[in-house]
Design a binder for this molecule. Structure first.
Ligand code: ADP
Ligand code: MG
Length: 254
């Protein structure tokens, strides 16, 4: 694995899954080999890429609980260069079952270090909306964490707790974890509050914030119902174009 990026925010509905799918697909079209790991029991990244959760034989649950090797859980998607480890129905139980496991925060890290097949340029981990054991596993197994923030009044709420968690993971589980950056999502520049929130986030976090942000765009919310990334649904949409730009920015930022 060349770069493992956890996409995290313990708030739901802030664009984690939309970003996971569309950033992963954008990097795949830029000729990168990309894996998306769905570890949210809701499995929205899985269904958003056209996979029926009830048909999954081995998925992320099996990585956490059944010592399944990563290569047994990887499925191709309809997008060239993009692969997924799907979430299956039973993932909801993993959080509780993990509690009794030895080294329970480092299960995913071990899964990655045991992987010896063809490496991926990027691995994205779509985290659940919680700072739970599953998310800790993702942070312990990642080089970077990308935080998606919805540009609304409560955007920064909960961020202190998330930053504290990242600090604690760095101190206790994974000294190699760095911030990838903060990505603003669902931005509507016609909305004054939204513009203010963006200014506030940028003045507080400076260069940690991605220059490009993701506009509110209906194509991004429609695409999952077709089981495809937005760029395959409407490549010219502002949403698809924004994710392509963020992908290029991510490559540039190195
Ligand atoms: N930029 C956007 N424009 C319009 N709708 C969006 C955008 N980003 C996300 N959405 C929609 O908002 C909802 C929450 O987004 P999602 O990516 O699932 O958030 P999370 O994974 O953080 O819970 C979904 O219905 C999604 O389709
Ligand atoms: Mg999600």
């Amino acid at each position: 694995m060349r770069r493992v990026v956890a996409i995290a925010n313990q708030k739901g509905g802030v664009g984690k899954t939309t970003t996971s799918i569309n950033l992963a697909a954008s990097l795949a079209t830029l000729d990168k080999r990309v894996l998306l790991l769905d570890i949210d029991p809701q499995g929205n990244a899985t269904t958003g890429l056209g996979i029926d959760k009830s048909q999954v034989e081995q998925g992320s649950y099996d990585l956490f609980i059944n010592q399944a090797p990563l290569e047994n859980t990887i499925l191709p998607t309809t997008c060239e260069g993009l692969f997924i480890v799907p979430a299956s129905m039973d993932l909801a139980g993993a959080e509780v079952e993990l509690v009794g496991v030895d080294g329970r925060e480092k299960v995913l890290e071990k899964v990655f270090s045991d992987y010896a097949a063809e490496p991926f340029d990027y691995v994205f981990i779509d985290c659940p909306p919680a700072l739970n054991l599953i998310t800790l596993n993702a942070l312990a197994a990642s080089d970077r964490v990308m935080i998606t923030l919805q540009a609304e009044f409560y955007a920064m709420e909960g961020l202190t707790q998330l930053m504290d968690t990242i600090r604690r993971v760095r101190a206790n589980l994974n000294p190699y974890l760095n911030m990838d950056g903060i990505l603003l999502t669902m931005v509507d520049r016609r909305n004054r509050l939204c513009v203010q929130v963006e200014e506030e986030v940028r003045s507080y976090f400076g260069s940690q914030v991605y220059e490009h942000c993701i506009p509110r765009n209906v194509r991004l919310s429609e695409a999952p119902s077709f089981g495809i990334p937005a760029m395959y649904h409407d490549i010219r949409s502002t949403g698809a174009q924004a994710y392509l730009q963020v992908a290029q920015e991510m490559i540039r930022r190195g």
